[in-house]
Design a protein around this ligand. Structure first.
Ligand SMILES: NC(=O)c1ccc[n+]([C@@H]2O[C@H](COP(=O)([O-])OP(=O)(O)OC[C@H]3O[C@@H](n4cnc5c(N)ncnc54)[C@H](OP(=O)(O)O)[C@@H]3O)[C@@H](O)[C@H]2O)c1
Length: 418
């Protein structure tokens, strides 16, 4: 009997925020004909809200059980997850995972194993949790038409920024609240430094543009360097600051890709994406803009995406990775410009010559601000923007095609003058 018709007998790895959420959600969806048979966790002594006989700390118990026909991997350790997921695929067992770090770092191999062992791996929960963005990018959007994806893809940092902006709560308190709500990763620096958003962007690039990128090749800055003065500046201009992951096709067909804090104006669809919500704007040549919105973190919202994968396996759904097989492979662009605002403490921290054009420069004894146009090579080849005292924020519509700059067609924003 194939997995499509027989009962799904699940070996579940992880019983944390998402794992326990999935267990509860499955109890409320008996029609799915799926049962969690064993749960492998790390700490045997932790109290659990489920029958004790369900739990083991020995992964072999799950792999050796001939009845288990689906492995669901929901642990917070990407290295251990790598061994579990590859092991399951090599045994020909279908896998569902929510582990964006694992996927961003090893997707090439995981695609190869899926093909070699004819075992599907689904991971809708790994990007934007409850929002069905991966399957839509994979199935609906033709690569030639897709021009841009631009999103708030990390619920934890969006929650923190919302608390800072809307409730005037300080960073540390907001982070503690995000952790208490279960939105933050076990290691919160992964969220705060933008690495989680970058991992998700790597996954989205695969399904949107057929572009396989290594996380370390994507310029990335989180919210850790933002200062009160930046928030005050944003408020004064009527902007919000959001951590935005984006990819924009350039006129030469390559894709400009980055994760940066960005000033977002009220007319931008991402402006009202608040708290732990995520939002992704997709732009195509003919359909113009489309907007995906929903909860990007949390127990039940994330479990709902895992549940959707589980039910998709019933009708033989698997990712085909069609766009990866395009005759001309899509590549990361290293030739585009950024319109940015930078604040910093000491003049020597930001080189004037880094800017192709300076719109405005103001400096006082211990605080300086500049807005201007930078070539992306400044972020790819230099480190000045990673200094703790330096805050770099992308201006609205801040990615500029190199050809537009060469022909001087891009527009400065007069309202961004200090
Ligand atoms: N939380 C969210 O909102 C969210 C959203 C989207 C995706 N995700 C992803 O979902 C996954 C799980 O996240 P989470 O928030 O549920 O994490 P979590 O609450 O920290 O729970 C992690 C679970 O993994 C178990 N574990 C860790 N290492 C293990 C190992 N080697 N073998 C077996 N079990 C192990 C832990 O066991 P113990 O209970 O014994 O410690 C715990 O039950 C992560 O990949 C995360 O990135 C989370």
């Amino acid at each position: 009997m194939s997995i499509q018709t027989k009962k799904l007998v699940i070996g579940l790895f992880g019983f944390g925020v998402v794992g326990e959420g999935l267990y509860r959600v499955l109890q409320q969806t008996p029609g799915l004909n799926a049962e969690v048979k064993r749960v492998c966790i790390k700490h045997a002594d932790k109290p659990r809200n489920a029958p004790p006989e369900l739990f083991t700390t020995d992964p072999e118990t799950l792999f050796d059980d001939p009845e288990i026909n689906l492995i669901i991997e929901l642990i917070d350790d990407a290295d251990a997850a790598f061994h579990l997921v590859t092991r399951a695929l090599k045994k020909g067992i279908a896998v569902v995972s929510a582990n964006k770090k694992l996927l961003a770092e090893h997707l090439d191999l995981l695609i190869e194993l899926q093909q070699k062992y004819q075992a599907p791996l689904l991971y809708e929960a790994a990007a934007c949790a409850s929002i069905p963005v991966i399957r839509n990018l994979e199935e609906y959007y033709d690569n030639d038409l897709l021009q841009r994806i631009c999103g708030i893809v990390n619920g934890s940092t969006n929650y923190i920024l919302s608390k800072i902006f809307d409730e005037d709560i300080d960073f540390e308190t907001a982070l503690r609240q995000a952790q208490a709500e279960g939105f933050a990763e076990s290691d919160p620096s992964t969220d705060v430094e933008g690495l989680d958003a970058r991992n998700k962007l790597c996954i989205l690039l695969t399904h949107a543009f057929g572009l396989r990128a290594r996380p370390q090749d994507i310029p990335c800055l989180g919210i850790q360097q933002l200062k009160q003065a930046d928030a005050d500046y944003a408020r004064e201009k009527g902007f919000a600051i959001k951590l935005v992951a984006q990819a924009q096709k350039q006129s030469d067909g390559q894709v400009a890709t980055l994760v940066l804090p960005q000033f977002v104006a009220p007319e931008n669809l991402l402006y009202n994406v608040k708290q732990e919500y995520n939002g992704v704007v997709i732009e195509t040549n003919f359909a113009d803009k489309q907007f995906f919105y929903g909860k990007g973190a949390g127990s039940f919202p994330t479990a709902s995406a895992v549940l959707s994968d589980l039910s998709a396996l019933r009708y033989r759904y698997r990712y085909e990775y069609k766009k990866l097989r395009h005759s001309v492979p899509t590549t990361l662009s290293e030739d585009y410009y950024l319109k940015v605002y930078v604040s910093f403490e000491q003049l020597y921290q930001v080189p004037r010559e880094a800017f192709q054009e300076i719109y405005q420069w103001s400096s006082a004894a211990d605080f300086c601000q500049v807005s201007g146009l930078l070539h992306i090579s400044q972020l790819l080849e230099h480190d000045w923007w990673k200094n703790d005292s330096v805050s770099l924020i992308l201006l609205p519509d801040g990615i500029i095609d190199a050809r537009t700059v060469q022909t001087k067609k891009y527009q400065r924003k007069p309202e961004l003058v200090f």
